[in-house]
Design a protein around this ligand. Structure first.
Ligand code: HEC
Ligand code: HEC
Length: 252
């Protein structure tokens, strides 16, 4: 009897030991602020204070996490599969798919101190975010929390990137919930038919890979100075956002 208790306690301690370090990887950040850091960490809503001194703002995409990793964190295996590079922006690669690391990403990974490039060298390599004018300590914590536990579309939908536009099949669609949530949280600005806020949601979601961006913006807010904030959209969970997108997909 005694012996089996000891074994059980031993196993429990072993599990605690193994999972402990992974839990502490969250480092106390706010995943929802982190989603705004992901979009553009230089913005005030993301806890930023503008571009690093002397930075050419027409090259802002060389600083944005989403530009190289995709809105969904899947790199070129997600919504940005056909995203091309330009002078003003980098493009993702299959190597910038971070999904295998979600849950165990640390500040060190984000700071990229040893391997990262200087802000003013415009290549596809990740910047060293600890350099002058880079991420604040709080932003690092927040984006780590976003990467480890913030809702991302890949948890709620299966992506087929070989089809164009990328096709998104939602795992457990609840159209009725989606309709009610859309009417309660989106229709006041986008109208019942999706033609509002000076844009058409039908046109928007018809473009390649836009569900990845739309999901992100529905959950975290559109970022920058947009009036579409997480709070205005009803502080949605990932599942709620996926039901809304299912409704949009079926009806607009
Ligand atoms: C210009 C492109 C670019 C930008 C911008 C960028 N990354 Fe990366 N990132 C990469 C590449 C490429 C890799 C693959 C590893 C490497 O080449 O260093 C990577 C790797 C990573 C990794 C894994 C690191 C590891 O050691 O396993 C994390 C985490 C990460 N990036 C987070 C971020 C965050 C957070 C931001 C925004 C604050 C960001 N990245 C912005 C290109 C970029
Ligand atoms: C307070 C008003 C408001 C609410 C509530 C709101 N939006 Fe928006 N939304 C806007 C405005 C205005 C824009 C135009 C671009 C911008 O400001 O970012 C926009 C843009 C968008 C875009 C395009 C983003 C882009 O970058 O082009 C999507 C997708 C979107 N909204 C979806 C939704 C969904 C889904 C909901 C409900 C969960 C919602 N919005 C709730 C005002 C709102």
């Amino acid at each position: 009897m005694r012996k089996s208790y000891i074994i059980v306690i031993g196993i429990a301690a072993g599990i605690f030991f193994l999972t402990g370090p992974a839990c502490s990887a969250d480092e106390g950040g706010d995943p929802f602020k982190g989603g705004l850091v992901w979009s553009n960490w230089t913005n005030a809503v993301a806890g930023g204070s503008g571009y690093p001194k002397g930075y050419d703002s027409s090259k802002k995409d060389f600083l944005r996490c989403k530009a190289c990793h995709g809105w969904d964190g899947l790199g070129a295996k997600g919504g940005y599969v056909r995203r091309s590079a330009k002078d003003s922006r980098p493009n993702p690669s299959t190597g910038t798919d971070l999904s295998a690391k979600f849950g165990s990403i640390t500040s060190e990974d984000v700071l990229h101190s040893e391997k990262g490039r200087k802000f003013n060298t415009f290549s596809l390599a990740m910047p060293a975010f600890g350099q002058k004018g880079g991420l604040t300590k709080q932003q690092v914590k927040d984006v780590v929390a976003f990467l480890n536990k913030g809702p991302k579309i890949g948890e709620f939908a299966t992506l087929d990137i070989s089809s164009k536009p990328v096709s998104y099949t939602f795992n457990k669609p609840d159209l009725e919930a989606g309709e009610n949530l859309y009417k309660a949280n989106c229709a006041n600005c986008h109208n019942e038919d999706g033609d509002g806020a000076d844009m058409s949601l039908k046109k928007y979601f018809g473009k390649d890979g836009k569900y990845s961006e739309g999901f992100h913006k529905a959950v975290y807010g559109a970022g920058g100075k947009s009036e579409m904030t997480r709070k205005e959209s009803g502080n949605l969970t990932g599942k709620q956002a996926s039901d809304i997108l299912t409704y949009i997909q079926a009806n607009f």
